[in-house]
Write a protein that binds this ligand. Structure first.
Ligand code: ADP
Length: 259
């Protein structure tokens, strides 16, 4: 009686999940979802038990990128059965919404949805759960960082100044919340012209590598602007599921992530 601390609010990390890795970006459209799906597929191909949680509440793109449709079943009305695609266990807020409808939610509803996707989904035993975060530094990031025991975060940026500026804010947030940042990935790093073979730095050059160096963080990869990547994402079979150079690039990044 007295003196006992109040029971903590339930932690959000599912029991069978060994580690949660968040993929973050400061800005939208830099390739965070593309990289999330491809890393998930690459890890699964390396024999890892992988889950992918699409927490990009405002623009869930994993149903399309992973080619998974339908509503997850809930036979007992409590637990939600995730979907499976390309060897990855998958849950997206997009499964609960009609495609093309905007999400206009207040904070508490958002948190409820996030809590459901972590706590009520039957994730099973996973070596790693990849979380595709919304861009920016909002409620979802805050809740996940403080309650879900993230093992680490990866920040995706293009070399463009505006993207880097926002990426810095995301990095600062993880620092403040004491979430370890595993490294940075530069996406849309360069474009190899199919006609002349020349390398073009459409969004600038070297910005993310310089940022990584300044912060003492690893640059986990520099991925080109690549037509196959875009087409594969739109078709529902991530490029990492194939055999080309991009599949190899993702495999290399994935190898270093889960040891
Ligand atoms: P975010 O999750 O950061 O909003 P997406 O992953 O949805 O970004 O990517 C935005 C768009 O850019 C998508 O159409 C995607 O197919 C495309 N894209 C992402 N990365 C690349 C790349 N390296 N090369 C070509 N297109 C890409």
């Amino acid at each position: 009686v007295g003196g006992h601390p109040k029971p903590q609010a339930e932690p959000l990390k599912p029991a069978g999940v060994k580690r949660i890795l968040a993929i973050a970006s400061g800005k939208g459209g830099v390739g965070k979802s593309t990289i999330s799906s491809n890393l998930a597929v690459a890890l699964a191909r390396q024999g890892r038990r992988v889950g992918l949680l699409d927490a990009d509440i405002y623009g869930p793109s994993q149903p399309r990128m992973m080619g998974a449709k339908g509503r997850p079943a809930s036979p007992d009305g409590k637990t939600i059965e995730p979907l499976h695609a390309h060897g990855v266990t998958l849950m997206s807020i997009g499964f609960m919404l009609e495609e093309g409808k905007a999400v206009v939610w207040r904070g508490p509803m958002l948190m409820g949805a996030l809590q459901q996707m972590l706590g009520q989904v039957n994730w099973g035993e996973l070596d790693v759960l990849i979380v595709d975060l919304p861009p920016g530094t909002g409620d979802v990031q805050l809740t996940l960082c403080t309650k879900a025991e993230l093992s680490g975060a990866i920040v995706v940026s293009t070399p463009q100044d505006v993207a880097l500026l926002d990426a810095r804010k995301a990095l600062d947030m993880f620092n403040t919340l004491k979430t370890p940042v595993l490294g940075l990935i530069e996406n849309m790093s360069f474009f190899t012209c199919p006609d002349c073979g020349g390398e073009h730095h459409i969004f600038g050059h070297g910005g993310v590598a310089a940022e990584a160096e300044t912060l003492g963080l690893p640059l986990l990869g520099a991925l080109p602007i690549d037509l196959e990547t875009r087409l594969a994402g739109d078709s529902g079979t991530p490029v990492a599921a194939g055999e080309g150079p991009m599949a190899q690039a993702y495999a290399r990044i994935a190898e270093g992530l889960v040891r």
